[in-house]
Design a protein around this ligand. Structure first.
Ligand code: F6P
Length: 547
């Protein structure tokens, strides 16, 4: 199992944990459970309808105490308060980080630059509700008077992953008379497949982009407009078939969407933290305003839990500390997120942006190069599919992969015994990962000696179990907020800005330089490295070769 000697910050709280790590690193979960009959009852926490069992982690009570001291030494309470009160904690962009204001109750007061932002949030929410009701009831019709049956969200990154994830997660709550599709990739295939078989007269495009300048989204939006005008033969049709979600009214107007059909948000909402802003318009169209309010209530319940629960009982704090424990001490490089819910199929993809765009940083808040490990790679697939694919490596491979198992007690679909089969696997996997199978057990079972080395499971593979009653809008809100605050807490401990994303810029700039080189009729003068030059020439040759 990997156990790289990783660099750590010099602060005493880190060094105390390093000493402790050397004492406990070889302890086995079999020992820890044998020594403490109450462990599975005790190492749990609950908040906002979510139950967390962290007993199957390679920690003792002392580990948790020391991790909490690390959180305290990192000024987590103060940093959390700063976020909730609207301080500009996104220091490299000088912006407040206020996704929590998106679900604040109507009477709340959160000030940014001297103004309370909460009334604006509710104003937009009410406009979204009025619009969603008109579309869902058929009062809003397309250009030819037909009611809307298809909604296509055009957006990428945070303007796509949240809406698609939430739509799939809450399909049981959605109006099945409406079709929802999502276009993100600039690959024309995404557009072509999304509009396949759709009647333009019944199709509404929601162009979602915080900046309204993102290359992929604007290319897809222009293609959508051309398709619609071509199908309906009238430029005026755009008004009834396009709405925008953005912070940039100027660009929305320039594109040709009336700002009366624009739903705004603000620079203090990061793209990957925006699924409960107006970016959630497609979600609201799908599940209706009332369910959307329940989603917001779930977010809010987790915000309150994060603010109020002591660190030792605080779900996002505990989960963040456990990630730090494996990431910075055991040298674990990844975290797997394994929802035992088909409806959460896109949850891992959503979390990839949330976590990796937030914490994939190597400069600290003081501008110094970081020498310790920061954000892990996040990946995953729904169980039980993953069991027949990559779980082999988690069980018997050489890498340590902490896993988050997410499951629900109540199914939507009462199909025979499917749900119990699903959940039996859910429980079995964390048990197998923790306790494995010993040589003695194999002997007792009469496994042939030659087979035994291959059939040993070391166990001691750490997992968190998150169990909730049912996947409802409320639960989904709580779950997303759990990970938002988990990511925030990790960022505080690593002393990084979790809310900028400069790492995305370089590729964007280089691509804009290459576009004319690919499109030019003449052989371009290329000034890249020899690999990039040769690849561009080869691409041009292949692209323009006769079929
Ligand atoms: O990938 C970079 C990024 O800026 C993300 O942070 C953001 O969610 C995405 O692009 C889309 O940006 P926009 O909503 O402005 O189109």
């Amino acid at each position: 199992m990997s156990n790289n000697e990783v660099m750590l910050p010099p602060a005493p709280a880190w060094q105390a944990l390093a000493r402790h790590y050397h004492q406990v690193k070889d302890m086995h979960l079999r020992q820890l459970f044998a020594a403490d009959a109450e462990r599975g009852e005790r190492m749990v926490a609950e908040g906002a309808g979510l139950f967390l069992d962290y007993s199957k982690h390679r920690v003792t009570g002392e580990t948790i105490d020391l991790l909490i001291k690390l959180a305290e030494a990192s000024n987590l309470s103060e940093r959390r308060a700063a976020m909730f009160r609207g301080d500009k904690i996104n220091v490299t962009e000088q912006r407040a980080v206020l996704h929590v204001a998106l679900r604040a109750p109507k009477g709340a007061q959160i000030m940014v630059d001297g103004a309370n932002v909460v009334p604006e949030v509710h104003e937009v929410l009410e406009r979204m509700e009025a619009f969603a009701n008109r579309v869902r009831s058929g009062a809003w019709t397309g250009h030819t008077g037909k009611r809307i049956r298809n909604v296509i969200n055009i957006g990428i990154g945070g303007s796509y992953l949240g809406p698609e994830m939430a739509y799939l997660a809450l399909r049981e709550y959605s109006d099945r008379a409406l079709n929802f599709r999502f276009i993100a990739n600039v690959d024309g295939a995404a557009f072509v497949e999304a509009v396949q078989g759709l009647d333009a007269q019944e199709t509404l495009f929601v162009v979602s982009s915080k900046t309204f300048t993102t290359l992929e989204t604007m290319a897809n939006a222009r293609t959508a407009r051309a398709w619609l005008v071509d199908q309906l033969g009238n430029e005026a049709a755009v008004a009834k078939h396009f709405v925008a979600v953005s912070t940039n009214a100027n660009e929305v107007q320039k594109f040709g969407i009336d700002t009366a059909n624009m739903f705004g948000f603000w620079d203090w909402v990061g793209g990957r933290y925006s699924m409960d802003s107006a970016i959630g318009l497609s979600t609201m169209l799908a599940i209706g305003p009332e369910n959307y309010r329940a989603l917001l209530a779930g977010f809010r319940a987790m915000d309150e839990h994060f603010l109020e629960a002591p660190f030792a009982h605080n779900l996002p704090v505990l989960m963040a500390l456990l990630t730090v424990w494996y990431n910075n001490f055991f040298g674990a490089e990844t975290v797997a997120v394994l929802p035992y819910a088909q409806y959460l199929a896109r949850f891992p993809a959503y979390l990839q942006q949330l976590q990796m765009e937030s914490n994939g940083k190597s400069t600290d808040l003081q501008g110094q190069r970081i020498t310790y490990q920061t954000g892990p790679v996040i990946w995953g697939e729904p169980g039980t599919d993953g069991q027949h694919s990559f779980y082999q490596l988690i069980h018997q491979g050489t890498k340590l992969i902490p896993c988050d198992f997410i499951g629900f007690a109540k199914p939507f679909n009462h199909l025979a015994n499917h749900h119990d089969l699903l959940m039996a696997n859910f429980f079995a996997q964390t048990e197998a990962l923790a306790f494995g199978k010993t040589l003695e057990e194999l002997e007792r079972e009469g496994v042939a000696p030659a087979q035994r080395p291959f059939r040993i499971f070391d166990g001691n593979r750490p997992t968190s179990t998150i169990l909730a009653e049912e996947l409802t809008p409320f639960t989904l809100g709580a779950l997303v907020a759990l990970y938002e605050h988990n990511v925030f807490t990790q960022g505080v401990i690593w002393d990084i800005d979790s809310f900028d994303q400069w790492g995305v810029e370089l590729g964007k700039v280089l691509a804009s330089r290459i576009i004319p080189e690919l499109e030019s009729d003449k052989e371009p003068d290329l000034h890249h490295d020899s690999s990039t030059n040769a690849l561009i020439r080869r691409y041009r040759r292949l692209r323009h070769a006769a079929r």
